[in-house]
Design a protein around this ligand. Structure first.
Ligand code: 5GP
Ligand code: ZN
Length: 147
């Protein structure tokens, strides 16, 4: 099995709640979500940094992220806004060394909850991942709104 958890997900060596997949990319639910409907989009080919991706891979990653964000907007999660975020290196809090685009819903007046979620993340990770059933339900809701 790959030593990179996201390569292992792309190779279906470990389970993930997949929202979308094509020849270059896969999008799946974050297993320790900061908020419900926290999605990650990755290139299947391993690269730690954005500058290690080809121009085609970079463009495709963002295009898939855009499509996912539109599905998220159309879903019952109904975000007021969306973060598109890449932590590109350890000093930028990259914890999984395989480029990934976070798609994270935001709501009016949710700053306190959002910051609390970020601060509590290490505790949440100790508690363990979100239930697969719930992640699968969220993935299905977003997937059915993909155009
Ligand atoms: P980073 O801090 O590197 O930008 O984000 C890595 C993300 O990957 C975190 O939000 C974390 O919750 C998520 N993550 C870590 N391990 C796994 C895993 O095994 N499966 C899934 N689906 N997400 C993971
Ligand atoms: Zn990898």
């Amino acid at each position: 099995m790959s030593s990179c958890i996201f390569c292992a997900i792309a190779a279906k060596q470990v389970p993930a709640s997949i929202v979308y997949e094509d020849e270059l990319c896969v999008a799946f639910m974050d297993i320790f979500p900061m908020r419900p409907a926290h999605i990650l989009v990755i290139n299947k080919r391993h690269a730690q940094y954005v500058h290690e991706l080809s121009a085609t891979e970079r463009a495709h990653l963002f295009e898939v992220g855009h499509n996912i964000s539109q599905a998220l907007r159309a879903s019952t999660f109904q975000p007021a806004a969306i973060h598109f975020n890449i932590n590109d290196g350890k000093a930028a809090h990259q914890t999984v060394p395989h480029v990934h685009l976070h798609i994270l819903p935001r709501y009016q007046g949710d700053t306190a909850r959002f910051l609390a979620g970020a601060l509590a993340k290490p505790l949440l990770m100790l508690k363990g991942p979100l239930k697969r059933e719930l992640l699968d339900q969220q993935a299905q809701e977003i997937r059915k709104n993909l155009r």
